[in-house]
Design a protein. Structure first.
Length: 362
C-alpha cells in the first residue's frame, strides 16, 4: 500500500531538545493508517505529529484493547542509521494483536512505514553517545460503542522520540524490590503480549517501592509467588561464577513472560562470547540463597530501552541482598558493549540483525 506524505507547515516544526530524557520529546512527523471491516487497511500516511480526536465511547478507553512495540534507530559512525532486528518486533506486534483479538498489520508495509518515517526524520536520530531514536508502533481499538467485544475498527500509528539512557544514572546498577504480594501477569493471560494492561498492573507496586528507595520491581509467578519472571519492563538474568567459568541463567518463557528481543539476542550472543546460557524455572528462594553465599556474581535486566541494566541489590521481605560488590559486573559490561557496538554499527554484525537506512548526502 503506498504511503501518502503530507507536507509540514512551519507551525509543525519543533526544535531538537536541548536535553535528551526518555520519551518526553517527539519528532515533527508520525505515521497513521486505519482499518475497518469493509475497507481493510487504508489511509496510510506520514504527516505532522498531532493529537487524535476520539469519541468518549471509543473501545480502547473502556476495554483496553491496544498493543504497542518498542524498538530504536541508531546513528552509525558513517552517519547512516541502523534499525535493530525490526522484523522480530513486527512478529511480536502481530502476536500481541492476535492475543488481543485485534487486526494484524502487513509485516512488509509496517517495516516500510518505519523506514520511510525514520528516513524523513533522520535529523532527529541523535549523534550523542548512548542516545538513539525510540520507535513506538501502536495499535488501538477505535469503534465508538460500549459493549464487551472485539472492535470493528482500528488505528495503527508510529511515533518517534529522541532519547538518552532509559535510567538517569546510565549504565550504573539499579536496586530491585521483589514483590511477593502483587503480581504482573498470570500464565494463560496476556503477560506475553505487549499490551498496556500489563504495565498498568505494575504501577501501584512501582510507586510503592520507589518510596522505599528501589528503582525496579522483580515480579514472581502469579500462582505460587515463587518463580522469577520479569524485572520492571525487562527480562532478567543471573550470572553464576566468574571469569572463564561464568554462566548465565534466565527464566524460561512461561506464557506470562514477555519474549524480549534483547533477551533473545543475548541468548544467541552470550555463548559466542564464552558465556553458556541456561533457560530455567528459577526459584526466588534459591536466588536469594545463592546471592547470600556469593554463587550469583551478577544480575541484570534485558530490554530495548535500557539494553542491559545491572542490578546492585534485591530487597525481599525486609532484607537486602547485595549482588556481587554492588557495581556493574564484567559479564554485563561485555554484553552491553558488544550488543550496542552491533546496534550502532561500530563492529561487524555476523548475525544479520541490523537494517541500515541510507541517509542522503552522507
Amino acid at each position: 500500500m503506498p504511503i501518502t506524505i503530507e507536507p509540514l507547515a512551519p507551525s509543525d516544526m519543533k526544535p531538537f531538545p536541548e536535553k535528551l530524557t526518555f520519551g518526553r520529546s517527539f519528532t515533527n512527523r508520525m505515521f497513521t493508517q486505519t482499518w475497518s471491516a469493509d475497507a481493510g487497511w487504508h489511509e496510510a500516511k506520514i504527516g505532522p505529529y498531532r493529537p487524535f480526536t476520539l469519541d468518549p465511547s471509543t473501545a480502547v478507553f473502556h476495554y483496553a484493547q491496544e498493543i504497542f512495540e518498542g524498538t530504536k534507530a541508531y546513528r552509525r559512525p558513517d552517519g547512516h542509521i541502523n534499525l535493530f532486528r525490526p522484523w522480530e518486533n513486527i512478529k511480536r506486534f502481530n502476536r500481541s494483536a492476535t492475543r488481543m483479538a485485534m487486526q494484524q498489520v502487513d509485516p512488509e508495509e509496517h517495516l516500510d512505514a518505519i523506514v520511510q518515517l525514520v528516513s524523513l526524520e533522520h535529523e532527529w536520530v541523535p549523534v550523542q553517545a548512548g542516545a538513539s531514536l525510540y520507535i513506538r508502533p501502536t495499535l488501538i481499538a477505535t469503534e465508538a460503542a460500549l459493549g464487551v467485544h472485539a472492535s470493528h475498527s482500528y488505528l495503527h500509528f508510529i511515533i518517534l522520540s529522541p532519547v538518552g539512557p532509559y535510567f538517569a544514572t546510565g549504565f550504573n546498577p539499579v536496586s530491585v524490590f521483589i514483590s511477593d504480594q502483587y503480581v504482573r501477569a498470570v500464565r494463560g493471560g496476556v503477560g506475553d503480549a505487549k499490551t498496556g494492561g500489563n504495565y498498568a498492573a505494575s504501577l501501584y507496586v512501582s510507586e510503592e517501592v520507589s518510596r522505599l528507595g528501589y528503582q525496579q520491581v522483580l515480579w514472581l509467578d502469579a500462582v505460587e509467588r515463587r518463580f522469577v519472571e520479569e524485572v520492571g519492563s525487562m527480562n532478567i538474568a543471573f550470572v553464576y561464577g566468574q571469569g572463564a567459568g561464568a554462566r548465565i541463567v534466565t527464566p524460561a518463557l512461561s506464557g506470562s513472560i514477555l519474549p524480549g528481543i534483547t533477551r533473545d539476542s543475548v541468548l544467541r550472543l552470550a555463548p559466542d562470547l564464552g558465556y553458556p546460557i541456561e533457560e530455567a524455572r528459577i526459584d526466588v528462594h534459591e536466588v536469594l540463597r545463592d546471592l547470600a553465599k556469593g554463587a550469583i556474581t551478577e544480575a541484570f535486566g534485558l530490554g530495548t530501552a535500557a539494553v542491559v541494566a545491572p542490578v546492585s541489590k534485591f530487597g525481599y521481605q525486609g532484607q537486602e541482598y547485595r549482588v556481587g560488590n554492588g557495581e556493574s559486573g564484567p559479564v554485563a559490561k561485555h554484553l552491553f558493549q558488544t550488543l550496542t557496538d552491533i546496534q550502532y554499527g561500530r563492529r561487524a554484525d555476523p548475525y544479520e540483525w541490523t537494517y541500515t537506512i541510507q541517509v542522503p548526502g552522507v
